[in-house]
Design a protein around this ligand. Sequence first.
Ligand SMILES: NC(=O)c1ccc[n+]([C@@H]2O[C@H](COP(=O)([O-])OP(=O)(O)OC[C@H]3O[C@@H](n4cnc5c(N)ncnc54)[C@H](OP(=O)(O)O)[C@@H]3O)[C@@H](O)[C@H]2O)c1
Length: 274
Amino acid sequence: MKLKVLIIGGTGYIGKRLVKASLEQGHDTYVLQRSDIGLHVEKVQMLLSFKKQGARLLIGSFDNHRSLVEAVKQVDIVICTISARMGDAMEQGRAIFDEKMVVRKAIEDAGIPFTYVSANCFAGIFVGGLCQVGRFIPSWESVVLYGDGNRKAVFMDEDDVAAYTIRTIDDPRTVNKTVYLRPPANILSQREVVGIWEKLIGKELKKSSLSEQDILNIMKEKDLAEQGVWSHCYHFFYQGCLANFEVEDDAEEAFLLYPDIKYTKMEDYLKQYI
Ligand SMILES: NC(=O)c1ccc[n+]([C@@H]2O[C@H](COP(=O)([O-])OP(=O)(O)OC[C@H]3O[C@@H](n4cnc5c(N)ncnc54)[C@H](OP(=O)(O)O)[C@@H]3O)[C@@H](O)[C@H]2O)c1
């Protein structure tokens, strides 16, 4: 079914892929253009390129209620690039999730049908750097493991996140549910990610390790924004919070709903870096 889809955050890292996927899957695609976009000429160019590809731009912002209402009125579906399963996150990293929860509660209180897409670790941010904070390119020499490196997390190619998300929008099976993106082949430990890379480059990396206490000490020395990043890592790679639970009965797994989507496995993702 062809729908009118508004993407909020369409100029962002994940949002731009959602715009592309929505257009590719044949929907009338609208992108919220912030009136206060400022001096970000590359974002203006990106918005113009969306327009060229057939998207419509709607001026608005989360900070301007009326503009948001006007934009939302024009469409059938709104995709907002926010979501979380971190209710018990440490204080340093939870501010971002608390804000998201306010939005979720407002949606549910208003009785608006929703689908939460739980996207897990974006591969470009996590797999490229072999899960190390602040690294986006894999080393050919060494890697620092979190503890023993054996806690499982879930890694997703960002284009697959977008493709699955757009598939949910006209699917009655996903209404008022959480859809987890966790295809089995992409549930991996950091050590397994490193092992895939080592196999690809035909070389074993030198390994060192950060204990749980090391990471807590590092966090103390960082500013608040960086503490947030480290705290996410702590929960993912020491506590295993992304993979240590069963998907609830009332939730869905995207790879089961859409078996026709051939998701990217991390071996193929890492080949890009060679
Ligand atoms: N799972 C993961 O591995 C992972 C990794 C990173 C992020 N995330 C999550 O993914 C989500 C999106 O992150 P991202 O990296 O794509 O973000 P991003 O690149 O920083 O983009 C943020 C987007 O939100 C828009 N925006 C910001 N404030 C807004 C407002 N007041 N009103 C309307 N639009 C506003 C920005 O518009 P402008 O371009 O106009 O500023 C931009 O399009 C976040 O919830 C983040 O927590 C997940």
